[in-house]
Design a binder for this molecule. Structure first.
Ligand code: F6P
Length: 597
């Protein structure tokens, strides 16, 4: 039995002090002697760096890594006790220690008969109670059984929310907008998202809408977020000035963990859809945060497929051995890139316009989770965590920032492609379809980055001498490719079992999620979303940080509230601007003077 002091020591040991970390540091020198041009010639290495999951092909052969690197990364994962941390997450332990909360977004998409405990209580029945309530409510709204104050059906929805209460649902909505079945289901309906407190965002989102036929969904975990609450008050006024204050009951509903504040705001608690403090905002897309607006727009059956897709990834993440575990592999490779190769950014590049909101969503999931300066025990870290995530769909990005990626800084890239287009176009006289054209770029870019172009090649092409250095590409720039079978609902036709071979071999307790009734139909883009959620967690587990709190957003919020008070005092009582440094005081004073009319 370990002594208490030993346990304390173990928990506060930083990962950078462990042998596997030191070995990886030393290993960088070996990798620096290689070039992707040569690594890509080793077919068996490439074969071992490709895997398939539910029809999704992952190719990480263009990472600056060898099988030796991967083995060292697995040892690092062991030293960081990643498996134990995954288990603790699925077991509902309070791994978000600074907020004393469990991290159970996996329970949001678990099948009805699953058992996932938080504080000894199975949370799955509550999850399904809310899902059933959403199914019922969305069917009533969609069928016209629930009507607005003037008796008209509510065909348009404005979802108000910001950060995690906005980005995930927006991503899914954008991906569904061009999906055949979803188009059918959404016919005659509109879903809009109001996030920014900028009144321009309000104007954009209510232009063309009639309050009589609009339902407003206020989405806020805390129901205190300044931007969301002001936007909610603004649309409440928009509705009540058009239809009278009693109309709010028919035209406004809420999604929150804070049902008391929902009621105080004036929304009938019967029209509130709950979630729980064990759901982090940026991990909440599978809660009522995403499920309600998306069910209103597309109907609950589509959203159910979406939940099943995420659940299949949860099963895989929980049970697959690390060498075959997609989120684990991706997470470890990201740690390798950030902490050892020193690449502090990552580009997320979907070759699909339907996935245009993927990078903004993952930007929050990743940067709010892993941008931390201290370990989970509060010890300042001597290494940096997190990466700068950004991205745009290809090929648009190619005509924007790819120049820097090819010849400037090294930025590991995630290329995401799709086999079947949601909206294929075949021109009469062209054999290569429009989607083929897009995918030609998806296949070409990773090799351009990996191989580059040498001065010798340029000389052979008779490039003018003075241009050779300008046209040289150093190559050796890492990327990974993810090929999705489609974006549409896709039948994976295989059995996913909680008692997988690996669990049996390793005596691991089987996950309390029963087998999914298959063949299951999933949206692969949702699986992608869940893969990235878990990938981010793996990175945080290795770095030894708390990926589930976000104290870094607080300081700016409280300073904004001081400024708000000052604006109020100056406008209302003519008080001069006090309590700020010279720069801020000048800026605020100028703003006040120039905006007073
Ligand atoms: O940006 C900080 C944050 O707390 C996010 O984590 C969260 O998703 C967002 O604000 C919105 O919070 P809420 O859902 O409570 O309005």
């Amino acid at each position: 039995m370990l002594k208490f002091e030993t346990l304390i020591m173990a928990s506060s040991t930083l990962i950078c002090d462990t042998e596997p970390w030191k070995e990886l540091r030393a290993h960088v020198e070996d990798i620096n002697k290689t070039h992707l041009r040569d690594l890509m010639n080793d077919t068996s290495r490439c074969q071992s760096m490709m895997m398939e999951f539910d029809g999704i092909l992952l190719d990480y052969s263009r990472q600056r890594a060898t099988t030796g690197t991967l083995n060292k990364l697995f040892s690092l994962a062991e030293a960081a006790r990643v498996k134990e941390k995954i288990n603790r997450m699925f077991n509902g332990e309070r791994i978000n220690s600074t907020e004393n909360r469990s991290v159970l977004h996996v329970a949001l998409r678990a099948p009805r008969d699953a058992v996932i405990n938080s504080d000894g209580k199975n949370v799955v029945p509550e999850v399904w109670q809310v899902l059933d309530k959403i199914r019922d409510f969305s069917e009533r709204v969609r069928s016209g059984a629930w009507v607005g104050a003037t008796g008209k059906a509510l065909k348009d929805v404005v979802a108000i929310g910001i950060g995690g209460s906005f980005l995930g649902p927006l991503f899914v909505h954008t991906a569904l907008q061009t999906e055949a079945e979803a188009i059918e289901c959404a016919r005659g309906r509109q879903l809009r998202f109001l996030a920014n407190v900028d009144p321009i965002d309000i104007a954009r989102n209510i232009t063309g809408l009639n309050p009589e036929t609009t339902l407003v969904v206020v989405v806020s975990k805390t129901f205190t977020t300044a931007e969301t609450m002001l936007n909610a008050r603004t649309l409440r006024e928009w509705i009540s000035s058009a239809l009278g204050p009693q109309a709010v009951a028919k035209h406004m509903v809420a999604v929150s963990t804070n049902l008391k504040l929902v009621e105080q705001f004036g929304i009938d608690p019967n029209n509130a859809f709950a979630f729980w403090d064990w759901v982090g905002g940026r991990y909440s897309v599978c809660s009522a945060v995403g499920v309600l607006p998306l069910s209103l727009q597309y109907g609950f059956p589509i959203v159910e497929k979406f939940l099943k897709g995420a659940s299949s990834v949860d099963q895989h993440f929980y049970s697959a051995p690390f060498e075959k575990n997609v989120p684990v592999l991706l997470g470890l490779l990201s740690v390798w890139n950030v902490s050892f190769l020193g690449y502090s950014a990552r580009a997320i590049l979907p070759y699909s316009q339907a996935l245009e909101k993927f990078a903004p969503h993952i930007q929050q999931v990743s940067m709010e989770s892993n941008g931390k300066g201290v370990s989970i025990d509060g010890v300042p870290l001597p290494y940096e965590t997190g990466e700068i995530d950004f991205g745009e769909p290809g090929t648009n990005g190619q005509h924007s920032f790819y120049q820097l990626i090819h010849q400037g800084r090294v930025i590991p890239c995630d290329f995401i492609g799709v086999v079947k287009s949601q909206q294929p176009v075949y021109l009469k006289d062209e054999v290569v379809s429009n989607h083929d054209e897009l995918m030609s770029n998806f296949f070409a870019q990773p090799d351009a980055l990996a191989y580059g172009k040498t001065p010798e090649q340029l000389q052979k092409e008779n490039v003018a001498e003075h241009l050779v250095s300008h046209k040289t590409f150093s190559g050796n720039r890492p990327s990974l490719s993810i090929l999705l079978p489609s974006l549409n609902a896709y039948n994976i036709g295989q059995i996913i079992s909680a008692s997988c071979e690996h669990c049996v071999k390793t005596n691991m307790p089987p996950l309390a999620i029963p087998n999914l009734k298959l063949p299951a139909t999933f949206f692969p883009f949702v699986q992608l979303l869940a893969i990235y959620e878990h990938r981010v967690a793996v990175q945080g587990f290795v770095w030894g940080i708390n990926s589930f709190d976000q104290w870094g957003v607080e300081l700016g919020k409280s300073l904004a509230s001081q400024v708000r008070k000052q604006l109020h005092a100056s406008r209302k009582k003519g008080e001069s601007v006090e309590g700020f440094n010279f720069s801020t005081k000048t800026l605020i004073t100028t703003y006040l003077e120039a905006s007073a009319d």
